[in-house]
Design a protein around this ligand. Structure first.
Ligand code: ADP
Ligand code: ZN
Length: 211
């Protein structure tokens, strides 16, 4: 399956992508993760992207389009993939079409706006390996320590409340129009985020028609 996951920041795209990736045995391509890795490694891409990401702004289209184009040519994408966080603008969606990529489904995960800020404030990420946690919904075994590598868990810089406001604004203005865009192509399915990750997964699988 070639799948796009849409949703506001904090809607749980990455979490559900991880579950689906295992279940369907296809890779997840998260542009946010690729960019954060580049920042951790201090590459040129990382340096450029940091100015945008830290302010809650989108990284320029041409930069992310290049990242995705490159990633999709890799071998593991042959039998399908999950795009988490791309496309985020209409030009990015058009670029995907121009690459000759056909998409099977576009899943939008819907979460009430007041839930989002609460969710994001509890998010933590490993400073070493990038694994993600949530203090309520997905706690690490030991407080502030990564289960996988022992690294220190920190808050993403763009998860600060002021920045989250910006990201939500950007989402409504630039990304939400993609729902209509894909609806008109008959590709859009919707799932409503639930309190528990596993319950959201059930909704997601139902929406996708995967049993
Ligand atoms: P979230 O969905 O919670 O906002 P992501 O990890 O998907 O988290 O994205 C974090 C940040 O990375 C975005 O605010 C943006 O700055 C940058 N980013 C990720 N994907 C894209 C994209 N497709 N286009 C532009 N910027 C992106
Ligand atoms: Zn780790």
């Amino acid at each position: 399956m070639r799948l796009i996951i849409l949703g506001a920041p904090g809607a749980g795209k990455g979490t559900q992508a991880e579950v689906l990736s295992k279940k369907l045995d296809i890779p997840t391509i998260s542009t946010g993760e690729i960019i954060r890795n580049a920042i951790r490694q201090g590459t040129d891409l990382g340096k450029e992207a940091k100015q945008y990401i830290d302010r809650g702004l989108l990284v320029p289209d041409d930069v992310v389009i290049e990242i995705v184009k490159d990633r999709l040519t890799q071998d593991d994408c042959k039998n399908g993939f999950i795009l988490d966080g791309f496309p985020r603008t209409v030009p990015q969606a058009d670029a995907l079409t121009k690459m000759g990529v056909t998409i099977d489904k576009v899943l939008s995960i819907e979460v009430a706006e007041e839930k989002i800020v609460e969710r994001i404030s509890g998010r933590r990420q490993c400073s070493k390996c990038g694994a993600t946690y949530h203090i309520v919904y997905k706690p690490s075994k030991e407080e502030n320590i990564c289960d996988l590598c022992g690294g220190e868990l920190i808050m993403r810089q763009d998860d600060a409340p002021e920045t989250v406001k910006n990201r939500l604004k950007v989402y409504h203005e630039q990304t939400e129009p993609l729902k209509d865009y894909y609806q008109s192509k008959g590709l859009l399915v919707v799932a409503y985020g639930q309190e528990e990750v596993a319950d959201t997964t059930k909704e997601v699988l139902k929406a996708l028609g995967v049993v």
